[in-house]
Design a protein around this ligand. Structure first.
Ligand code: C2O
Length: 551
């Protein structure tokens, strides 16, 4: 591979949407930010220079960071933030991945405006295992607040209540024509008839899983989280924050000058809390140059809108996730760990914690919202975990006693779980190098009831099983798919259900795992894994780069 250099100037830029202009934090003045484009095997160097007041750090979501744990990016986990006037060079090599990922800020709620695509092309001369597209188009979903998202989260945490929902969903930063007065801010994709387009779909929204579809067109899913999948056709895609999905769009030759809406809106298994507004873009067919008709004589079809599943269509969600399978070809095998060294069972819960005295909390019944893994709400330290680990200075920074056992098994037929008395702390799980891990995540939310897209930094994992109700350790593993399970970095733990994943802990470092619904992360739905060094020289975490920011 070659080395590619990028320069990210973090600076303020005024941006207007929905008749509001606001000063936002951007990369190079762009919203959304620029694409990182590289080939598998390339080294990427991104120099991030901070020109704003806010502390910054950038995460390369889904990049495995094999041997480059210092470049992963979550603030206070692998690095201290980049302060005003400082810079840091993220330096990593892309190994064993090809497809679409995303980068985003990983501190507070700054990822609301700091995000962009990562496009990994196959190695030189290696074709895609599907039709060569005529064109490739990144489509990145986001959320727009008329207010400053930093104020939104600050207020939510101060009051203990839920955050204000965003004012619009966006496609490539644009809300589209279904929002009042927003028609001029519409993403438009111009296509030729009879061609294949590769749409690189990325969900960078803060708090919502999204359905996406294009009127009158079928999509063929070919890739998810930078791993090829067995192709399948669908009218609608379900995509969680942090997930990426590549689809082929075949345009039809019988549509000159026609336009179709493409749109996305939230999937929520709970009721009530989501607004159901819809972001739309336009797919516009060009008139073929050799057209027999003059442009004006072609009858324009009415603009067609896609039909999206209902807001609470869990049966669609389940069917869709069951269709996702690794390609599992000789060239791209699914290397599922067949033996397991260590089994873990984590409860994933959204609940409440008591309000402090002389505070009035706006959460349910005067409490405040809290979220937890194994009833432990994770607190970020004030220095970086990876530095503390590398220099053997964990004292006062983290403790290796993440609660694992004994666990009170969750019982959906009995009393609700004890999600109301979570403890707070910075507790991690430590595993030796090359441990083969199986992790079952059981949703125990007593509130909200949307599914939790859990993201693991530094690894891809295989989703070997999932179901509803209580996980049964005796029966459910008998049905695990160890042949062609989907391999990814973010998986939805269904509301009232569970997911089982497997991964090989072959990457020394400190790796955050969290719900990618940003508000749940803020409420503490996160934890960290420490993977120890192996014995061989190439199995060890390298010393930190000299420009690593200090706290
Ligand atoms: Cu895309 Cu820790 O996040």
């Amino acid at each position: 591979g070659i080395t590619r250099h990028y320069h990210f100037d973090i600076k303020y830029q005024n941006v207007s949407r929905l008749w509001h202009t606001k000063r936002m934090v951007t990369v190079n003045g762009m919203y959304p930010g620029p694409s990182i484009i590289a080939r598998e095997g390339d080294r990427v160097l991104i120099k991030v220079v901070n020109h704003v007041q806010e502390n910054i750090s950038i995460h390369w979501h889904g990049i495995r960071q094999l041997g480059s744990g210092w470049a992963d990016g979550p603030a206070y986990v692998t690095q201290c933030p980049i302060q005003k006037g400082q810079s840091y060079v993220y330096n990593y090599t892309i190994v064993g991945q090809r497809g679409t990922l995303l980068w985003h800020a990983h501190i507070s709620w700054l990822r609301a405006t700091l995000y962009g695509p990562i496009i990994i092309l196959p190695k030189h001369g290696l074709p895609y295992p599907f039709t060569k597209p005529h064109k490739e188009v990144p489509i990145i979903f986001g959320e727009w607040w008329n207010a400053d998202p930093e104020d939104v989260i600050t207020q939510a945490l101060q009051t203990g209540g839920g955050p204000n929902v965003s004012d619009a969903y966006t496609i490539n930063g644009l809300p589209g024509p279904l929002y009042n007065g927003s028609a001029k801010d519409t993403f438009k994709l111009k296509v030729k008839g009879g061609k294949t387009y590769l749409l690189r779909l990325i969900n960078a929204a803060m708090n919502d899983e999204l359905f996406f579809s294009i009127a009158n067109h079928t999509l063929t899913v070919v890739e998810a989280d930078a791993i090829y999948v067995k192709p399948f056709e669908t009218e609608t895609i379900l995509i969680a924050p942090g997930q990426t999905t590549n689809v082929l769009l075949k345009t039809k030759s019988e549509y000159p000058k026609a336009t179709f809406l493409m749109s996305a809106r939230p999937y929520a298994t709970g009721q009530g809390t989501f607004d159901n507004s819809t972001v739309a873009g336009i797919l516009e067919y060009e008139v073929p140059p050799h057209s027999l008709h003059s442009t004006t004589s072609i009858k324009k079809l009415p603009l067609l809108k896609p039909i999206l599943p209902a807001l609470n269509d869990t049966s669609f969600a389940t069917k869709f996730s069951n269709k996702l399978r690794s390609l599992g070809s000789p060239q791209f095998p699914a290397n599922v760990p067949l033996k397991v060294d260590k089994h873990f069972f984590f409860t994933i819960g959204l609940g409440t914690s008591p309000c402090q005295q002389n505070q009035t909390c706006q959460g349910p019944n005067g409490t405040k919202f809290a979220a937890s893994v194994n009833n432990e709400s994770f607190t970020l330290p004030t220095t970086a975990l990876l530095q503390a680990h590398y220099f053997g200075k964990s004292n006062g920074v983290y403790s290796p006693n993440f609660p694992i056992s004994p666990l009170i098994p969750f019982n959906y037929t009995g009393t609700p779980p004890n999600n109301t008395m979570v403890s707070n702390g910075t507790k991690v799980v430590v595993v030796p190098f090359n441990t083969s891990v199986e992790l079952v995540m059981q949703d125990t939310s007593i509130l909200g009831a949307e599914s939790h897209p859990v993201h693991l930094h530094g690894f891809n994992f295989f989703v070997v099983g999932q179901g509803f109700g209580n996980f049964d350790p005796n029966k459910d593993p008998l049905n695990f798919n160890l042949v062609d399970p989907i391999e990814r970095n973010t998986v939805g733990v269904p509301s009232g259900g569970w997911v089982a994943i497997r991964f090989l802990a072959d990457n020394p470092g400190v790796w955050l795992m969290h719900c990618h619904l940003e508000i749940h992360t803020s409420w503490g739905l996160k934890m960290a894994w420490i993977v120890l060094d192996g014995n061989l020289p190439n199995q060890k975490l390298l010393p930190p780069p000299t420009d690593l920011p200090k706290c």
